[in-house]
Design a protein around this ligand. Sequence first.
Ligand SMILES: CC(C)(COP(=O)(O)OP(=O)(O)OC[C@H]1O[C@@H](n2cnc3c(N)ncnc32)[C@H](O)[C@@H]1OP(=O)(O)O)[C@@H](O)C(=O)NCCC(=O)NCCS
Length: 159
Amino acid sequence: MSEESHIVIEEATEQDLEAIMNIEKSSFPEYPYSIEIFKTLLKDYGRYFLVSRSGSVVVGYICGRIFRGKFGEIVSIAVIPNFRRKEIGRKLMVELESRFKNDGIKFTRLEVSVRNTVAIKFYGSLGYEIVKLTKNYYPDGSDALTLIKFLEVENRELN
Ligand SMILES: CC(C)(COP(=O)(O)OP(=O)(O)OC[C@H]1O[C@@H](n2cnc3c(N)ncnc32)[C@H](O)[C@@H]1OP(=O)(O)O)[C@@H](O)C(=O)NCCC(=O)NCCS
């Protein structure tokens, strides 16, 4: 059986935070989120904080929150380098979007650096569209793109 067929997605726990921080710091060396922010997100939005595990090892995570009571925001997502391009990121996004949708959220949004061409392609492949450019958004001075996606409503009630 291949490595990726063992991958499961679960809600993150406090015990996962150290591994999540390691992935965060190696993925965003210049501006990682702090452990305090992750602890707060886990406490307040645990339903939207997910990990991918290969056996007992956390190989990816995604965390989201509700923004202005209206948008599902993707706060952070990362997959460890050896496990990239195996659909782990896509599956994390699909699970988080499905949770937002089940909770009545119609749009998701996120910010991504204009320099992060891989992530821009990744989000594009998932149907995200660029709606805004914000200059000097990140601590390194790079600009941010805001991307959004309409979460189609399935099981619409028939009139
Ligand atoms: C962005 C990231 C989470 C993607 O995770 P992943 O598990 O590798 O992505 P997937 O395998 O699910 O890719 C899904 C699709 O996204 C696109 N994609 C992903 N990585 C890509 C790359 N390196 N180059 C071009 N397209 C890419 C492709 O369309 C891919 O589908 P395909 O493999 O069938 O062509 C991962 O690259 C990562 O952790 N990057 C560092 C952290 C980061 O930048 N996070 C986003 C911050 S806003």
